[in-house]
Design a binder for this molecule. Sequence first.
Ligand code: FE
Ligand code: FE
Ligand code: ZN
Length: 276
Amino acid sequence: MLRIGSHLSSSKGYLAMGKEAVSIGADTFQFFTRNPRGGNAKALDEADVSAFLEYAEGHGIGQILAHAPYTLNGCSADPHLRDFAARTMKDDLQRMEFTPGNCYNFHPGSHVGQGIETGIAYISDMLNQILTPDQHTTVLLETMAGKGSEVGSTFEELREILDRVGLSEKMGVCLDTCHVWDSGYDIAGHLDQVLGEFDRVIGLSRLKAVHLNDSMNGLGSRKDRHARLGEGKIGLDALTRVINHPALRGLPFYLETPNELEGYAREISLMRERYR
Ligand code: FE
Ligand code: FE
Ligand code: ZN
């Protein structure tokens, strides 16, 4: 069965997200752990979390994906911003222990002119500070489009971060179809080769989630503008091959397309129809 959902607003809590997911035909979802621009998280409502866990169990919702605020930059040139990123992620991971067994995705960061190597060193240092041997959450590096000075737009850069993390068994990768396309991996024309390269460089066993998005821009554009499925340059047939690829069987897929709930519901049912 295809496990698919969309990004949902976390403002009304976990149970509300679970019900919203079911209402659009999803069996998983992604959410921001706090305001996407950063800032303080609301106190965790334990009654809401346990009501959600029971609801999820009863409605077949599995492997939800938390997303760190996208403004965090673990490889900023400013030590205060690096420290803020580490503290925020550490706090998020503590909260994630209330919903054990899920994944937490983050953008590796932007090296802002310090160079890729410095960026990679700061990001892995941060991960070595915040990961713990007894955590029940897998932390995912997201493949990036390569906009500005983003780190993580090649499989090699992600591999290097993973290599430098001590508790690397707590780490994985989330592949964003729009981002890899924008960074120059031709998933529309050469999906087998791209996934083969992912396997060679990182290892497919590291791949824990897929962000399923079309792209407004062409291959290698490094822009990061998501489009609705079939309304971008990747196209519906290529995205259909993604969800049906044997190497990606069983992975959860998350829509981050520019949509309201009805649009997500349409895309979820479209992809379920196209799943073989
Ligand atoms: Fe993201
Ligand atoms: Fe994404
Ligand atoms: Zn994006």
